[in-house]
Design a binder for this molecule. Sequence first.
Ligand code: NAD
Length: 524
Amino acid sequence: MFTNIPFLDFTIEKERNNFQAALDKLETAINKQTLYACPIISGEEIKTKEIVSRIDPSDSTVTVGKIHYAGLNNVEDAIGSLMQGFPAWRATHYEKRAEIIKNAGALMSEDRYELSALIVREAGKPWKEADADVCEAIDFCNYYAQEMLAIGRPQKLGDRLGELNYYFYQPRGISVVISPWNFPLAIACGMVVAALVTGNATILKPAEQSSLIAHKFAQILLKAGVPRNVFACLPGIGETIGAKLVDDPRVDIICFTGSKSVGLNILKTAAQVKDGQHHIKRVITELGGKNAIIVDEDADLDESIKGVLYSAFGYSGQKCSACSRVIVVGDAYETFLNRLCSAAKDVITGKASDPATLIGPVIDQESRDRILKTIEQASKENSLAFKGSYSESGCYVPATIFKDVKTTSSLWKEEIFGPAVAVAKAENFDQALQMANDSQYALTGAVFSRSPVNIDKAREDFRVGNLYINRGSTGALVYRQPFGGFKLSGIGSKAGGPDYLLQFVEPRVVTENTMRRGFSPDLG
Ligand code: NAD
């Protein structure tokens, strides 16, 4: 039976102290400028000449580490190495592959404080969020290893005398994983270990902003026993390295999590079959969301305000599951809005390394500028209900709440990926459902209600991949809440769920006629 790794409990002094000690140790490494990431191919680290600094999102004056970006020659070498490694990995018994992936999870558990500390500094995640990221990564290793044991054994089908039918799965080949920065360890790890455990040789192209964490993860995989020519890590620019990997005819699987525009382009490129290519690429894309929370007229406001605040502003709204639309039913509207705004005043913003912080920075200067511009534009077209304070010393953006937002506005329709939430009123629950569903995306949603009738309606008609009833819309756990959406939120089976691994394999059936005439056991 699978169980999730428990989160750290920061009310326990020892756990707080361990976390702070890991941050202090990392601070020393940052001061000495020893942290780096670089391409890893055939187990070798390659210190390329194109070097980019990763700036701490919490403090623009600090460089966390240096990233040696991969070049196009590294793509060629990585694919060449994996082509060599794939046949032996495919032939490796699935129990052995599962054991190696479980080892990786165990190594991450040993290093959980160090990994979390790096997430705090490189990705700007507050303590609790960074810890959850590491726990999710470990869960992915344990869960997919367990699932591989379940699907690995060939199944005997049918019951016909004189005939044996076996149904089993084979890996697809070379897989490319392109990951986002917002769950810098968990999402990269989940996609990579799913590809590896099912027997595919795998290249990770992490997001530019989270290459240091990806580098640590790559080192852990190799230490856990993943063969050197079965895994490569290529930090680098999406538009060049990522695009080149997607386009390569030797690649069999592309597993992508990120923005809608990049995901749709990947699907288009991957659909083109090149000369000499004998397969159709399998593409898995997990994309964006414009997630709504419905607050019913009879909802418990204490609970719903807590749920909305955390879902909208946790990790500065940079989760694909984050709430960015709130629909309040009937007379609850004014009270809810006033209480939400006064609660938002008390939300602590600051450096991700400060344990009190709920809203840390956004990921980088580019995101900050884009979100500030969006908020400024939205302020001209909509009524501003609340705008928090923010510091100029890092990539900070104010928590922002808009009220009476029109459902035709771009604020209501487009993903912002920052701490900005739009609130609108619905006359009744049916209209609230219709407003919630009226989106190009269908990723997460939540409903706060005390009415069994309305809860049933939501269960049936609030059409999103992950619906939460009387809780916030973020924080899906591996196995308990397999995660993923549909419509323009992506195509693919839910991460952390029972169908996920099946995307990385091809099913085969072998039928043998056992009524053998002229059978010669002496032929060996
Ligand atoms: P992004 O699309 O900008 O980048 C994602 C990855 O794609 C990065 O590694 C990037 O380098 C690479 N990339 C960029 N251009 C590329 C190209 N032309 N070809 C190949 N690769 C390319 O997204 P992001 O900013 O890292 O992440 C934020 C987005 O991810 C949001 O839209 C969010 O909703 C989405 N997201 C979705 C899920 C989910 O499970 N549905 C989870 C997390 C994030």
